[in-house]
Design a protein around this ligand. Structure first.
Ligand SMILES: *[C@@H]1O[C@H](CO)[C@@H](O)[C@H](O)[C@H]1NC(C)=O
Length: 437
């Protein structure tokens, strides 16, 4: 018994089982099904394959290197410094050509500072005093410039003064000039060299035109349509393309992002992979004149006089910081994503059929009728071994079974209902295991 059970199981494993369909002559659901199919095919071809390039393998990790070089000279004429000439070595910080660089556009200079005793600036709240006990000796001034000496310096006996400090004297004074001292930086140019590589596809390119004309880079200026491969930009253009005015931004400083986007379809070849530039201001706050806007820091240069004493020149510099950000992705045909996308498209078709089934079986007027046709109850069958049902001695000849199976109206009254069900079960292609009593 057990042996024949296993044998039947193994033999049934090699039976090919095909699905049986119920055809519903319902034009509404039929049209709905075709529409759903059409929408899914449209989505797969139009969106997945054409728009999203679903047939491509993509790489988003771009390897990139950026080098920058600034050109331009300007001079300033201030009472402290006199006439001073500014070259890139003076106004670019740091000078080594990084992808983040700062251009000085405005400054406050405090020349000839030496270590000694002097009054703290009135702008520092912790440095204000009314009497000597407000300035305990040896304490540092919070957010100030030096160490308190214990004396309160004031003009009149009952006015507010400031503590005397030990530090670099005189302390910084003055306020930020209203017109940027280095406003001519608007006409300075920056050369942005960018090399990129997509390691998976062994593809590399640069944003500089591949030319043998060595004068090209000396003459050209970037233009989106005329010179897309000229990587030389006027600073004023970078700021105005970001939607701001260079002269306004130069007063208090700010930050500009230069975004280089490489979106490459490598199926179209080397020449269709272009850099695309966009520009934005990065330090924007929602309110126009917020205390957070602007960018400045201090920078000192140290000297020695003929007597061997150290003195320094302090510069509070305002300027524009440029951040060059490189993004990119590349795609190339590959059979695996193609097959995956086709497969998921076919699975979506199945979802369409499922949806139409729901409509047919639950939302239509005749849905009860369709449900009865689709779901056949398999209970109240008496299970008889097939060998006995199909045995010639049982009085039923195999040739007649087919006729019985084909049309349920033709069985004669001499067969009971249960016998017919058993015969149908034995002929049923879905019988997975041998019938048992
Ligand atoms: C920049 O150069 C143009 C043309 O050479 C000139 O008209 C303009 O005044 C210059 N801008 C500044 C701020 O110097």
């Amino acid at each position: 018994m057990a042996a024949s059970g296993w044998k039947g199981f193994f033999l049934s494993a090699f039976d090919y089982k095909t699905e049986k369909y119920v055809i519903a002559n319902n034009k509404k659901v039929g049209v709905l099904y075709r529409l759903v199919q059409l929408a899914i095919i449209g989505y797969i071809i139009g969106w997945v394959f054409f728009t999203k390039k679903g047939y491509q393998e993509t790489e988003e990790s771009i390897e990139s290197s950026v080098m920058t070089k600034l050109k331009g000279v300007s001079f300033t004429n201030t009472s402290d410094m006199g006439i001073h000439l500014w070259g890139p070595e003076d106004y670019v910080i740091p000078p080594q050509g990084e992808k983040v660089f700062f251009i000085i556009t405005n400054f406050i200079e405090t020349p000839n500072q030496m270590l000694g005793y002097c009054a703290e600036s009135i702008k520092v709240p912790d440095g204000r005093c009314r009497q000597n006990t407000d300035c305990p000796e040896g304490e540092t001034v919070l957010a100030g410039h030096g160490i308190k000496s214990g004396r309160c310096l004031k003009k009149h006996w009952n006015s507010t003064g400031t503590c005397e400090i030990y530090g670099w004297c005189p302390v910084e004074r003055g306020s930020q000039p209203e017109v940027p001292l280095l406003g001519r930086a608007e006409n300075f140019t920056v050369y942005i060299k960018n090399f990129i590589r997509f390691p998976r596809f062994e593809f590399s390119k640069s944003n500089v035109l591949n030319t043998t004309d060595d004068q090209y880079l000396k003459k050209c200026l970037y233009d989106r349509t005329q010179h897309p491969y000229c990587p030389i930009f006027r600073l004023g253009d970078l700021v105005s393309w970001a939607g701001h005015s260079f002269q306004n931004m130069a007063v208090a400083g700010g930050s500009i992002g230069v975004i280089i986007e490489w979106n490459c379809d490598l199926d179209k070849g080397y020449d269709s992979c272009h850099p695309h530039y966009s520009f934005t201001r990065l330090d924007m706050s929602s309110t126009a004149n917020s205390v957070t806007s602007g960018y400045n820091f201090r920078n000192a240069r140290y000297y020695k006089n003929s007597a061997g004493q150290t003195y320094r020149s302090l510069l509070k510099v305002y300027g524009i910081r440029f951040d060059i950000l490189v993004h990119g992705k590349a795609g190339k045909f590959n059979i695996i994503p193609t097959l995956i996308n086709i497969g998921s498209g076919l699975a979506l078709m199945g979802a369409g059929a499922f949806f139409c089934d729901l409509v047919l079986l639950y939302l239509m007027k005749k849905s009860t009728f369709y449900r009865e046709k689709k779901f056949e109850p398999a209970n109240n069958l008496r299970l008889i071994p097939c060998s006995r049902v199909l045995h010639p001695k049982a009085g039923i000849k195999p040739a007649t079974f087919v006729a019985i199976g084909n049309s349920s109206n033709h069985y004669t009254t001499s067969y009971t209902n249960q016998t017919v069900s058993a015969i149908l079960m034995c002929l049923c292609p879905f019988c997975h295991t041998p019938l048992q009593e």
